[in-house]
Design a protein around this ligand. Structure first.
Ligand code: 13P
Length: 346
């Protein structure tokens, strides 16, 4: 195939796409699996039907003005195959507005054999065949999430190494098929652990992932890291404040990440909308000399108030879109270190 006819070769370079997702903008994670979106809908008393999922996502993706702050949206397999009311594929609705569609390609968490309480992520089988299909449906980047619990000897080196392999081979396949891989190792907030324990678990996990990415010949300028901020466990008696979260997060990333990585996009992991924004603001204020863009790829912290405003009622489209736009705008301010809590009321 000549370069001209090869869709992978003629599309923007992966470096360019990776930068467009994190430079001055962030990502909306709307890739909740069927099980997760059901949990979110249960909280607002809405039945998780295919049509409700479709129409909720259409409301999010057509919120006017989000493209100023949102560079990409992560979709679930079902969503990338759905259409807006006017028949346009939802991925096309995003692309038309200059928002890059992405796709969750992992197949979820399974118990890690021989290590009670730890998980491994499935999804490598058949991935080489699924990626070209997703690309033809409009996806330009992908995401794959692995998780790590903290406490009582956890995470084990076994869990860290096994998941580093999975993440890195997924990333190698994405690059080969012309999609930017978002590598997402998440140290979970669940538990009473200290921020220091989160720091150590995050450092060990990221070090293993980046060693393995190098071994698997994954070019760092073509990928993004999505990871947790370094925070206290959700049940810890002592909760670190934003300044400490920012300092520990920057220190941890600086210990292990290569300078060539274009950006880190943080997940919200169960933080409230306001806390996720305040932390991101403190991180950007503290990390202005960091070599990578420090942005967001939030699910719950962008959608929680939008979901509550929507409540499954078509008539609540406007308030739901306003709620999303507000979070997007405040997180946009946080990228510049210009967020202030008073802005929540404006
Ligand atoms: P949260 O921001 O809700 O943690 O979701 C981000 C995500 O994509 C998890 O995989």
């Amino acid at each position: 195939m000549s370069e001209q006819n090869d869709p992978v070769a003629s599309a923007p370079a992966l470096e360019e796409t990776a930068l467009a997702l994190c430079d001055g903008k962030g990502i909306l994670a709307a890739d909740e699996s069927s099980g997760t979106i059901k949990k979110r809908f249960d909280q607002i008393g809405v039945e998780s039907t295919e049509e409700n999922r479709r129409s909720y996502r259409e409301i999010l993706f057509t919120a006017e003005g989000i493209e100023e702050f949102i560079g990409g949206v992560i979709l679930f397999d079902e969503t990338i195959r759905q259409q807006a009311g006017d028949g346009t594929p939802l991925a096309g609705v995003l692309a038309r507005r200059g928002i890059i569609p992405g796709i969750k390609v992992d197949k979820g968490l399974k118990d890690l054999a021989g290590s009670k309480g730890e998980k491994i992520t499935e999804g490598l089988d058949g991935l080489a065949e699924r990626l070209p299909e997703y690309r033809s449906l409009g996806a330009r980047f992908a995401k794959f999430r692995t998780v790590y619990s903290v406490g009582d000897g956890l995470p084990t080196d076994y869990c860290i190494e096994a998941n580093a392999h999975v993440q890195s081979y997924y990333a190698a396949l994405c690059v080969e098929h012309g999609l930017v891989p978002i590598v997402e190792p998440e140290v979970l907030m669940d538990g009473g652990h200290s921020i220091r324990q989160c720091y150590d678990a995050t450092r060990r996990t990221l070090a293993a992932v980046f060693d393995r990415l190098a071994l698997y010949r994954v070019p760092f300028p073509q990928i993004l890291l999505k990871t947790n901020m370094v925070v206290s466990g959700a049940d810890a008696a002592v909760q670190a404040d934003e300044a400490e979260v920012a300092r520990m997060t920057i220190d941890c990333l600086s210990e292990v990440l290569p300078d060539e990585l274009p950006g880190v996009v943080f997940l919200s992991g169960g933080l409230s909308e306001q806390q996720a924004t305040a932390n991101l603001n403190a991180i950007n204020a503290a990390g202005s000399v960091a070599p990578w863009h420090l942005s967001f790829s939030y699910g719950r912290a962008l959608q929680a108030s939008a979901l509550r405003a929507w409540k499954g009622q078509p008539g609540n489209r406007g308030p739901a879109q306003e709620a999303l736009l507000k979070r997007a705008r405040l997180n946009g301010a946080a990228l510049l270190g210009e967020y202030r809590p008073e802005m929540e009321e404006q």
